[in-house]
Design a protein. Structure first.
Length: 359
């Protein structure tokens, strides 16, 4: 455990998180990148060029306050949000709980955020940059050695009477500012939200969002708590609506063999205990989609070896969140070094060459 963890762990988990975001936001304005650019790690997914396959999951920098700081840690992509049309406070505190014995976290935040417009005001518009230069839109957020990929994750307000309209609003307004947009219908902390993962509700939502996205790729984030019929239904809907990638998966409401005192708190579980389920869902969606849609694996990713295993199992990219709590800000750079060594050891010239070799 890094030296600063005992200090942060004395604080309430949400207070510690807020301070970390503030520090990274300040450092990002003048910081030096912690990870070099490694050409072998560059990859293209959904037509987007990523410097490397390791991304920051949504939920860390909800309001886009530390984008450049996270790029500086070595992330190839940063996904901000979940953002809703209107600002909302989320669920009552306390709502984030560390499970140190399990290297896990339970949260029941409930899409707390300052609203879509406030976050977009912090993100430079590539459309404007392109119009001024005479070139196509391009990102202005920088990672080590080049441009970082920015994702914007959108959701619906808790009290929305028409949740599909909220998602369409998010997609329409975020599209000019994002490399990709994620439709998040998989949080367990907004009542009824996961109902949108099924049947006609899912198909209607995806059709409306794809009609609103313009040329910006659209990703769909799903829950791990699905049965085989759900997986097949989501896969078919994603294929039919030409979704550009699936993010597999969000937090789980299951509680697999936990030891920590806070294990019975309600909310979504993330971190190391989620890894077996995340690996299984990656395999399930690889089969259900016939490998026709890029997959982004999330849940328990905490090392170069785990990242490499997910790639070989069929993930084109990975995202992480909870491992940062326990491993600290040097984790992305370490993962990249380890991943580069593993690819070299096994004779892969690029990340893409390793994707799905064990699937």
């Amino acid at each position: 455990m890094a030296f600063y963890h005992p200090i942060l762990f004395r604080l309430d988990a949400e207070r510690a998180h807020t301070l970390t975001i503030a520090a990274l936001g300040a450092w990002g304005k003048a910081g030096t990148p912690l990870a070099p650019s490694v050409p072998r790690l560059a990859t293209t997914v959904a037509g987007i060029a990523f410097l490397n396959p390791v991304g920051l999951a949504a939920g860390v920098d909800k309001d886009g306050r530390a984008i450049d700081g996270f790029f500086g840690l070595g992330f190839g992509s940063v996904e901000i949000g979940t953002l809703t049309p209107l600002a909302q406070p989320g669920n009552p505190k306390p709502r984030i709980f560390r499970l140190p014995e399990d290297r896990a976290v339970i949260n029941r935040l409930g899409f707390n955020n300052g609203g879509l417009d406030a976050a977009l005001s912090r993100v430079c518009s590539p459309a404007k940059a392109g119009a001024q230069s005479g070139h196509p839109p391009s990102r202005v957020n920088k990672g080590p050695g080049g441009e970082g990929v920015l994702g914007i994750n959108v959701g619906a307000n808790k009290d929305a009477t028409d949740r599909t309209a909220d998602y369409v609003h998010g997609v329409t307004n975020a599209a000019p500012h994002a490399d990709y947009i994620t439709i998040n219908i998989s949080s367990p902390n907004t009542p009824g939200l996961r109902d949108l993962q099924h049947g006609a509700a899912l198909r209607d939502l995806l059709a409306a969002c794809t009609a609103a996205k313009g040329t910006t790729p659209i990703f769909l984030k799903v829950a791990p708590d699905l049965d085989p019929a759900d997986i097949d239904d989501i896969a078919r809907a994603a294929l039919d609506n030409r979704i550009d990638a699936l993010i597999v998966s969000n937090t789980t409401i299951s509680r697999p063999g936990l030891r920590s005192a806070t294990a019975k708190e309600t909310g979504g579980l993330s971190g190391a205990p989620l890894a077996p389920l995340a690996r299984q869902r990656l395999s399930d969606f690889r089969k259900a989609t016939g490998a026709a849609i890029p997959l982004i694996s999330v849940g328990g990713v905490d090392s170069g070896a785990e990242t490499y295993a997910r790639l070989r199992a069929g993930a084109s990219l990975v995202q992480l969140y909870t491992a940062l709590v326990y491993e600290g800000p040097g984790l992305p750079a370490r993962i990249l070094r380890e991943l580069d060594a593993l690819l070299t050891r096994d004779g892969f010239a690029t990340v893409a060459d390793a994707v799905g070799v064990d699937a």
